[in-house]
Design a protein around this ligand. Structure first.
Ligand SMILES: Cc1ncc(COP(=O)(O)O)c(C=O)c1O
Length: 428
């Protein structure tokens, strides 16, 4: 990379095919938002759509809105839009519940498939560094169903050596929440298939951030988040995709009335719907789904400007610029990059480590209007991390430049030493 300058960043912004999309978000003045990997920014359309849903659809239409405003079909319709971001087809994705709950459903189905087809396979493999909720769900299900959860460190040992004959399921997060390291989904899926292992992918940090094609890699199951890169709002519903070859095989364990083939027959007996809607459980949070719909509409709008390819190219360029500037300007203060330096191995996130006081540094940065976040480590192998997410829909190259200017000042003036920053809030 040429030595970057503010002028070069201005030039890159002028060339950026996605530049118009920033205007579709409401971003507070004076804030550079580098936390869209945790909670996406607010699309301007969301306020109007949700206000309309409250005042008119709920306030006036009342219960008629389940039909007349399309509420009942919303999880499926939003799912169809998400499908386009992950290489799935219409009718294969449903937006519902949380990532944790959806993981419970699909892991349970994967276990049922293994029990039926390969009863000698009793292990579930995941990563020690996976997001904790994934591991908690797997621990709970393994206990309940008599499987063994094995956590591996793929940085230390090749994944292949762990996929022994007794492994039923490989459950991975595509882009790691701490480091932003990205698995090669195609190679890992092929390896798993060759060993007769079912794959479950958590796409929480992938959907909308990096190109994904669940059919091309022949994945078995995928889940993901609505409130991160999809900009659905706090607590927005998650999504679930199941390879059509598995959908009809088993009930998912949370067989609620919204997953019934004919929910309004009010039959005492459960008959699951034939398609992905069987992965719904109870009544869906319509206002949150409307928020998610607005967030995803911006991705559909991005199709006009190059779609996921343009988003990925810009994401790589933004993260490379950030990494370059960190190395050039912040390494004298003991700040270094822990995310993979090779863009092919990295999602849309860059994580840093500091010599000391990572939490306080993040707080001092937030005080200066640069919002990232902090993730506590666990010992020498897992240091405390400063996380920065790059959402190409609303971030510019000048934003990255200015974020580094502020970072430099925080370090130069030792602003992180301020006693205000010592107390940790409940959400870091
Ligand atoms: C990889 C990953 N999976 C799952 C979750 C949690 O999802 P939920 O709160 O929707 O269950 C997160 C949250 O940050 C995450 O990063």
């Amino acid at each position: 990379m040429n030595r970057p300058s503010i002028e070069h960043c201005v030039f890159l912004d002028k060339q950026d095919p996605l530049r118009e999309l920033k205007d579709l978000f409401q971003l507070p003045p004076g804030v550079i938002y580098l936390d869209g990997n945790s909670l996406g920014a607010l699309p301007k359309a969301t306020k109007e759509r949700i206000t309309n849903a409250i005042e008119n659809e709920w306030g006036i239409e009342l219960i008629r809105s389940w039909n007349s405003s399309g509420w009942f079909d919303l999880p499926r319709n939003v799912g169809d839009k998400i499908a386009r971001l992950i290489g799935a087809k219409a009718g294969e994705v449903v937006a519902t519940d949380t990532t944790s709950v959806n993981l419970y459903k699909v892991l349970s189905c994967a276990m049922s498939i293994a029990e039926s087809d390969t009863p000698n396979k009793k292990k579930v493999i995941s990563e020690l560094s996976n997001f904790p909720t994934d591991l908690y769900i797997a621990q709970s299900l393994c206990k309940e169903r008599g499987f063994e959860l094995v956590l591996v460190d793929v940085e230390e040992q090749d994944l292949s050596s762990h996929l022994t004959d007794d492994v039923a399921v490989l459950m991975l997060t595509h882009v790691n929440y701490r480091t932003g390291a990205m698995h090669h989904m195609q190679k890992v899926s092929e390896l798993a298939k060759s060993k007769g292992v079912l794959t479950i992918w958590d796409l929480a940090h992938s959907a909308g951030a990096v190109p994904v094609d669940v059919h091309q890699v022949n994945a078995d199951f995928a889940v993901g988040c609505g409130y991160k890169y999809l900009n659905g709002g706090p607590g927005a519903p998650a999504f679930v995709w199941v390879n059509p070859c598995h959908v009809g095989r088993f009930w998912q364990p949370l067989a609620g009335w919204w997953g019934h083939d004919k929910p309004f027959s009010f039959s005492p007996d459960y008959t699951p719907s034939a398609d992905i809607t069987r992965f719904q459980c109870g009544t869906q949070p319509i206002l949150s789904l409307i928020g998610l719909d607005c967030g995803i509409d911006i991705y559909l709008k991005a199709q006009e400007f190059g779609g996921m390819d343009a988003i990925r190219s810009k994401s790589v360029a933004l993260t490379e610029l950030f990494i370059h500037l960190v190395q050039e300007r912040l390494s004298p203060y003991g700040i270094s990059v822990v995310s993979p330096l090779n863009a092919d191995e990295r999602g849309s996130q860059v994580s840093l480590v500091a010599k000391e006081r990572a939490y306080e540094i993040v707080q001092a940065l937030i005080q200066r209007g640069v919002i990232g976040d902090y993730r506590a480590g666990a010992g020498v192998n897992q240091p405390d991390i400063l996380r920065f997410g790059f959402t190409p829909l609303y971030l510019s190259f000048v934003d990255v430049w200015q974020a580094i200017e502020q970072f430099d000042l925080v370090m130069k003036n030792e602003e992180w030493k301020d006693s205000r920053f010592v107390h940790k809030s409940s959400v870091t």
